[in-house]
Design a protein around this ligand. Structure first.
Ligand SMILES: Cc1ncc(C[n+]2csc(CCOP(=O)(O)OP(=O)(O)O)c2C)c(N)n1
Ligand code: SF4
Ligand SMILES: [Mg+2]
Length: 242
């Protein structure tokens, strides 16, 4: 009989601190499976973000480093330039990558660093209590927009993937989602492509993953998946951007 389930070597066998229905655990597992499949566990270095995934290094079973909030791509640049034989990736939330870290993100992309970026867009600051993120939808209620995001005061949801796609040194950008098993399979394919690009020295690759945060969306896990499918993808359409 074919084996259909096994624990990835790249994932430690411990419980996580994530809330029920959170997307981070699914994304961690996908990355671990890919690193096993590509046989790169011994030469992978991850940069954990500041955000709910701050202790991702406790869950992955390969080398990891931590960066100050938003600085993962600056640290990753240094590591990759010193160790071009290593496979270096950042794992960052919308607050980390597209708010405090916007500078680092845009300039690493513009330099065409040969890095892989996993961008977890849950449209909120999870770790700090559900404040508005750059990617919060218009009208979305958060701790800092209790009446809903008002674009005349707080601006529009930031489409950082589309912005980055304009840069000539950026080689691959795709937006995927975790809201169903079919979409999770597509997410895995896109993330694998982003790692293969780095292995083949193709250059800067980013996968934006729409990911549920039931806790700070004030929803059940099932409602959060439906909200991505019915509401969030209208603002953040899925598919290859570049
Ligand atoms: C320099 C600095 N500023 C602010 C913070 C507070 N802070 C911690 S995590 C975070 C935002 C996290 O949101 P996101 O990156 O979207 O990750 P999520 O928790 O949603 O996965 C903020 C503002 C900090 N730790 N360091
Ligand atoms: S607060 Fe949101 S992003 Fe953070 S662990 Fe809970 S569900 Fe996940
Ligand atoms: Mg977030």
């Amino acid at each position: 009989m074919d084996k259909i389930y096994s624990h990835p070597k790249s994932l430690r066998n411990i419980s996580t601190h994530y809330c029920p229905g959170c997307g981070h655990g699914i994304a961690h597992r996908i990355i671990a499976e890919i690193i096993d499949e590509l046989g790169i566990r011994e030469r992978t270095i991850a940069l954990a973000p500041v955000g709910c995934a701050v202790i991702a290094y406790d869950y992955w079973n390969f080398d990891c480093s931590e960066a100050a909030h938003g600085r993962a791509l600056a640290v990753a640049t240094g590591i990759k330039r010193i160790h071009p034989d290593k496979i270096v990736f950042t794992y960052q939330g919308d607050g980390d990558l597209a708010a405090i870290g916007t500078n680092e993100t845009i300039h690493a992309a513009n330099r065409g660093e040969n890095l892989t970026v996993i961008f977890i867009n849950n449209a909120i600051y999870g770790m700090t209590g559900g404040q508005m993120a750059p990617t919060t939808l218009a009208g979305q209620k958060t701790a800092t927009t209790p009446l809903g995001r008002d674009v005349s005061l707080q601006g529009y949801p930031l489409k950082i993937s589309e912005m980055l796609a304009l840069l000539p040194a950026v080689k691959y950008i795709e937006r995927v989602s975790l809201h169903s098993p079919q979409e999770i399979i597509k997410t895995k394919k896109a993330i694998k492509q982003a790692f293969e690009n780095q292995i083949n020295n193709i250059g800067f690759s980013l996968v934006e993953v729409l990911s549920p945060c039931p806790t700070y969306w004030g929803m059940s896990p099932k409602q959060a998946l439906d909200w991505i499918k019915e509401v969030m993808v209208k603002e953040f359409p899925l598919g290859k951007i570049k």
